[in-house]
Structure formats: C-alpha cells, structure tokens
Write a protein that binds this ligand. Structure first.
Ligand code: NAD
Length: 419
C-alpha cells in the first residue's frame, strides 16, 4: 500500500509513498528533477532508507496537450483524487481553450479551499525592508469563493443587461452609476466557506505553536460578505476553540462590561496561558501594518482577493517573490497539491538559470504535511547555509553583496552536498 489516505481526520502516510507530480511547462522541466533529487536525498538521510517517495508522473498543461490532445486529462485528476497528495510545476494557461486556468480547474474539482502560503525570510536574501527577519507569517487564503468564483458578465451583453434589470426592478438598486456600460461581478461569501477556512487556520496555529490568527477583511465597507467573514471567524474561535483561544471580540466585550483594565488583564492571562489570540484587521490597514510592525502577525486568514494582494506583498518583503512556496489544501478530505507559485518563465526556460526554490520550498511544505518533518528540516538547513554563503541562482545572487551565481543544476547539487 503506497497511498496516503484519511482515517477519520488523520492523514495516514505509508513509509513508501507514491506522489503524483506534474512536471510543469517552460522551466518546469528544469526545476522538477532538481527538486526531486534533493527531496529523495533528504528523505534517505533523514530516515536511513526506511522511508522513500515513488514519484508518479501525471500530465497537465502543454506536455499533456502535445501527448494526449487534452490540457488536463481525466487520468491526472483521477491520480490526485486517489493519491490525495501531489505536487506540480508551473503550467501554461491555455489560450482560447475550454479551460480558463488549469490551476483553477484543479482547485475547484478537488475543492481545495485553502491556499496556504508561508512567508519567511532567509538570511542572505536581499529584501526591500529593513528588518525582514521579523516577517514570519502563514497566509490562509480562501480559494473557492469571493470575487474569484468567476461569476461575472461583460458590459453590453444581454446577460449584463438582464442582471442590471433584476437589480433595478426586483432588488430596488439605484446606485449603479453607469448602468449601460457596467460589467457586473458577484461576490459570494458563505458561513460554511468562511468557517472551514478559519477553522483550518486556527488548527494550523495550534499544531505549529503560533501565537495569533488575524482575520483580514474589508468588513467596514462590505458588511455582509467581508464583515460576515470576520463575524463567522470569531464564532469559530469562540464556539469551537473556546479553551485554546482568546478573541479581540471577547476583549472588546470585557472592556465594555468591566472596563479596560479587566480586558487587559484577561488578555495578558490568555497570552500567559499560551492561548492563541484571534484578532482582526481591515485589509488596507493590514498591508500598512505588515510593513511597520510585521512581528505582530503570525497566521493570517482572509478571503480570496485580499489574500492575493497580501501574498504578493509579504513575499516581496522577504525578497522572495520568485522563491515563495504554496499549497492548495482541503483539510477535510486530505487532498493537497503543492506548487511552484511562479509561472512558466518562458523567457529563461532551457538556460539553466531558473531558481528551483519555489518548488523546493513547496516540497518542504509537502514533507511537513506528510509528517516527515526531519527531511523538511534538512532541506531548510541546507538552503539557509547556501544563502548564508551567498550561493544562489542568478536572480538572487546578483543582489547579494558577495553573491555567487550557480546554474539551476549546480545549485541543486550544492544543496544535495549540504544536506
Ligand atoms: P512568470 O512567473 O512565468 O514570469 C515572470 C518573471 O519572473 C519572468 O521574468 C521570469 O523569468 C521570472 N521568474 C519566474 N519564476 C522564476 C524563477 N523560478 N527563477 C527565476 N526567475 C523567475 O509569469 P508570466 O511571464 O506572467 O507567465 C508565463 C506563463 O506562466 C503564462 O502562461 C501564465 O499563465 C503562466 N502562469 C502559471 C502559473 C502557475 O502555474 N502557477 C502562475 C503564473 C503564471
């Protein structure tokens, strides 16, 4: 038996595990083998041959289209469904095909409702902020709802006209400034969708011993969607994790009932007891705060569009937009696809200069998800050592004071050596 499976809410991982992977288009053919080599070696060292990964290639993107005539063959979906945990390189977005985005198709089909992006700084990597070592955040971006649900109609179409007529005639909406030339989009945000996301974020904070979860939203303006997300998030904390959390909601209530001193004391007691502080922040203020006092934030739970902006800003703050890892996860079914977050980089493909670290750190996340922490730690240590010595691929090395630019393959071999 080499398949990962769920037993109740627990992920069960055999020692010889099969992991389906999509090589990826463009630079995918360069970074995927390099990462697999490093991961295989780390697993071998960490477990002395007791554990191993059998990589099972599945097709998607340009390679799939060339070989099968399909961008995302059913066999690939079936493999991810069956083996639960997989990994993918970047994929070309088909132009003019039936599929808008292969990534979105994978997320929707498997209902991968969490987009998890851990953001940390590596010593040696040049950053645009003064104290990048203070950035250590874990973003839980909702993946299935919000404006990204893709429910929209283009201006001038009969659908947009019909939708506006419905708004005007049935819903009494009078605030559309230019109805004849407006496109319309719908932003669904549900109790179920919000709660499962926040639940996952709180569980993650508990499992990793992290101090806080911040609900990031625009509830001051969009009261029922973004504001709902905040309210339902607090409900999850207070109703489902009452003993492990203390919320800003509870703080405010205590302040109102018993005064600021009592609220303060309750907060201090909660912190001392190691409870997770669940707070919220309006998204625009949050983006400012992360630049001014990043140490105040740990786990972030947010809706899709906010999460998009937050992920990119935080990744840029650690100089890591090209090395940021990511995963799409459904914690209920166990399905998870780890991925390179950058694109296929056609301008540098085939030149042996691409940085493999986004996919490599996603592989580290995958090892952690499987519970193979020792192997994950070995890779992170090797990376810290390499960056600390100024050894990196060209994209990073050129900004390091004494940087040495290594080719993709050579950088991979150096990491294997450092393991
Ligand atoms: P891109 O991320 O491929 O490239 C943007 C820039 O960053 C380029 O200059 C590229 O050379 C550089 N870059 C990206 N990754 C790098 C790495 N690992 N090391 C060094 N430099 C790196 O974005 P794009 O050019 O907008 O998109 C190209 C294709 O990729 C498009 O078809 C797009 O749809 C697709 N795409 C896929 C994904 C995905 O599969 N997750 C994500 C984004 C874009």
């Amino acid at each position: 038996m080499s398949k990962v499976y769920m037993q109740g809410e627990r992920l069960m991982v055999p020692d010889r595990v099969t992991i389906p992977f999509i090589e990826g288009d463009g630079v995918g053919a360069e970074i995927t083998p390099v990462c697999q080599k490093i991961v295989n070696r780390a697993v071998q060292i960490a477990y002395g041959g007791q554990r191993s990964i059998e990589w099972k290639e599945v097709l998607a993107g340009g390679k799939a289209f060339r070989q099968t005539g399909e961008w995302l063959p059913e066999a690939t979906m079936e493999a991810f469904r069956e083996y639960l945990v997989g990994i993918k390189g970047p994929l070309t977005t088909p132009v003019g095909g039936g599929i808008r985005s292969l990534n979105v198709a994978l997320r929707q089909t498997l209902d991968l409702y969490v987009c998890l992006r851990p953001v940390r700084w590596f010593k040696g990597v040049v950053s645009p902020v003064k104290e990048p070592q203070k950035v250590n955040m874990h973003i839980f971006r909702e993946n299935t709802e919000d404006i990204y649900a893709g429910i929209e109609w283009e201006q001038g179409t009969p659908e947009a006209e019909k939708f506006y007529a419905f708004l005007r005639d049935e819903m009494g909406v009078t605030k559309v400034r230019f109805p004849e030339t407006s496109s319309f989009g719908v932003k669904p945000v549900s109790i179920d969708g919000s709660k499962r996301l926040v639940r996952s974020a709180i569980r993650y904070a508990l499992q990793h011993g992290l101090p806080s979860v911040t609900l990031v939203h625009k509830g001051n303006i969009m009261k029922y969607t973004e504001g709902g997300f905040k309210r339902w998030g607090y409900e999850v904390a207070e109703q489902e994790f009452a003993r492990q959390t203390f919320t800003m909601n509870q703080y405010d209530q205590l302040k109102k009932d018993l005064g600021e001193e009592s609220a303060h004391a309750a907060m201090a007691e909660a912190v001392n007891a190691g409870k997770i502080i669940v707070k919220d922040c309006i998204c625009d203020a949050f983006l400012q705060n992360t630049l001014l006092m990043p140490e105040d934030y740990s786990v972030i739970a947010t809706l899709n569009l906010n999460g998009d902006y937050v992920s990119d800003q935080l990744a840029a703050m650690v100089g890591g937009i090209g090395i940021a890892p990511g995963a799409n996860i459904n914690y209920q079914t166990g399905h998870a696809i780890f991925e390179a977050t950058h694109g296929t980089a056609p301008n540098i493909a085939g030149k042996n200069i691409v940085n493999p670290c986004s996919l490599l750190l996603s592989s580290v996340m995958m090892l952690e998800y499987l519970g193979w922490q020792e192997a994950a730690d070995l890779i992170v240590n090797a990376l810290e050592t390499a960056f600390g010595k100024g050894e990196a691929t060209l994209d990073l090395a050129r900004f390091m004071p004494d940087g040495t630019a290594l080719g993709t393959v050579e950088f991979g071999d150096r990491l294997v050596e450092l393991l």
